[in-house]
Design a protein around this ligand. Structure first.
Ligand SMILES: [Zn+2]
Length: 330
């Protein structure tokens, strides 16, 4: 397949997966199937197109900036200086499952590097708190956790994914993107407006590969009726609100709360949930793990297993973006 026809086909297939998101569905079961169909089309394409041919279709622009040095703020308040690439490998070590295949780790490396450049340009701040910035392990941290032999194997995988994407970041409209990522989503990712406020054209809701319940990380959390009613200052019938593609809220009597706010307030694993009453409690059954915006680490792992290249994975989760290479200002 030529690079040109590849680019056309790729555009058509991306179009196909977007269109399925716009159909109206009667229920989530049919939605699930539709989302899967779109992915199967792309999957069939990926099998027919060797990676070498795909590489040709992706251009990498240059992104010029002053040399980036990371001054990482540790939990104890101390600072640690290192180069950008060393930092990216350390974040992968802390954030990514080591058994994921190379293309998923490369996609994560580009996301981590992009997020870091965005943060440093926006605020100059980067720390090791996962809830605020990104988790980070040094090689010594990994040795203490897993033993030196395992740590060395895992670190080499992460270094390799970092090295093979060295300096690569994602741009939207000529600037590095807020490349947020999360552990696992259910059916669809979330637009940034739902979680962080503000629309971003590259952080929209996209379909995720279907995962069985185990991989989706289904969890249950009980919250007493009294605690829920007093926290929300509302009472009455409680039910989860789903639109065609995802859980968007919790209705309590005549009030409705955004599902992402409910996740934060009650420490739920995910903002995708069903809720049922059981005695004096409500039982929240959650699907997925994390805020649900941007790249799904678990989804990237599945797509990589299906033969997707790292930039196909990136362009799926971060719409309308371009790959670029960091170049130092002279
Ligand atoms: Zn931070």
């Amino acid at each position: 397949m030529s690079a040109f026809s590849h680019a056309i086909l790729y555009t058509l297939l991306l179009g196909a997966s977007v269109i399925t998101g716009l159909f109206s569905y009667e229920g989530r079961t049919s939605l699930n199937t539709q989302g899967l169909e779109a992915l199967e089309i792309v999957e069939a394409y990926a099998e027919s197109s060797p990676l070498e041919e795909v590489e040709i279709a992706v251009e990498r622009e240059e992104y010029r900036t002053d040399e980036i040095a990371v001054e990482l703020i540790l939990e104890n308040g101390e600072k640690m200086k290192m180069g950008l690439e060393e930092y990216v490998a350390g974040v992968l070590l802390a954030e990514m499952p080591s058994w994921y295949s190379e293309e998923a780790l490369k996609a994560a490396a580009v996301a981590v590097r992009t997020y870091t450049v965005y943060k440093l340009e926006a605020s100059g701040h980067i720390c090791t708190r996962p809830s605020h910035c990104q988790a980070f392990y040094t090689f010594e941290d990994a040795c203490n956790l897993w033993g030196e032999k395992s740590a060395r194997e895992v670190y080499e995988k992460m270094l390799s994914a970092t090295k093979s994407t060295e300096g690569e970041i994602l741009l939207y409209d000529g600037a590095p993107i807020l490349a947020v990522y999360h552990a696992s989503s259910y059916l669809y990712t979330r637009p940034s407006s739902e979680v962080f406020g503000g629309d971003r054209a590259y952080l929209v809701s996209v379909s995720v590969p279907f995962e069985d319940e185990g991989a989706t990380r289904v969890q249950e959390k009980r919250i007493s009726k009294q605690a829920l009613q007093s926290a929300l200052e509302a009472s009455g019938e409680v039910e989860a609100v789903w639109d065609e593609s995802r859980c968007v809220g919790l209705r309590v009597g005549d009030k409705t709360f955004a599902s992402s706010d409910i996740r934060s307030l009650f420490g739920l694993s995910s903002a995708s949930f069903e809720v049922s009453a059981d005695g004096e409690d409500y039982v929240f059954k959650t699907y997925g793990y994390g805020h649900g915006v941007g790249l799904s680490q678990s989804g990237a792992g599945i797509l990589a297993e299906r033969g997707w290249s790292y930039f196909e994975i990136l362009f799926h989760y971060y719409k309308n973006t371009k790959l670029a290479i960091l170049k130092n200002n002279e």
